[in-house]
Write a protein that binds this ligand. Sequence first.
Ligand code: PNS
Length: 184
Amino acid sequence: MTTVVCPGSFDPITLGHLDIVRRAATMFDDVVVGIAKNPGKSGLLDLETRAELVRAAVHGLARTEPAMSRVRVDVVPGLLVDFCREIGAVAVVKGLRGGGDFDAEQPMALMNRHLSGVETIFLPGDQRYAHVASSLVKDIVRHGGPVDDLVPAGVVAALRTALGQQLGRSVAQPVRAVTPHGRA
Ligand code: PNS
């Protein structure tokens, strides 16, 4: 059985992340989504909330995509390479939206291999999600904009709750509706 880890901050999970997990699940027997802290990012949602949102998204797809029923979700408590060793993962799978992502990911991939020999496999992100980033999603929700076609169900509500706590006030509801062709 080949185990791989799809690691990330997932603060929050987006449809771009979910697409990478789905594609990994079609190629590998055992896929573990690893929710980890990135010291370069401040973080909004706590790790367990992030994990619950990923679990809900994976569970939702498992009804129609059998491969998703094999996907597990866990918090990475320390170094990613230690987590890989503990669960017997042979590789890390990461999506790349473009060159900027590669520039950020390459040093981590090389460092992880240096530390433990674990390899990183890069998948090109689907062009439909090339503009989708967790940081942008949070900024849009913070300002009352619509992101429901960019993230799995439940994410917007969790972001609104967390941002409301952070700001000490409720976050404005989006005023524009989603249409099949974009924004009304
Ligand atoms: O979604 P991100 O922020 O690009 O994911 C980066 C992440 C969380 C996978 C990375 O920061 C990480 O692996 N963190 C765990 C701690 C660790 O192993 N740090 C050394 C990385 S070489």
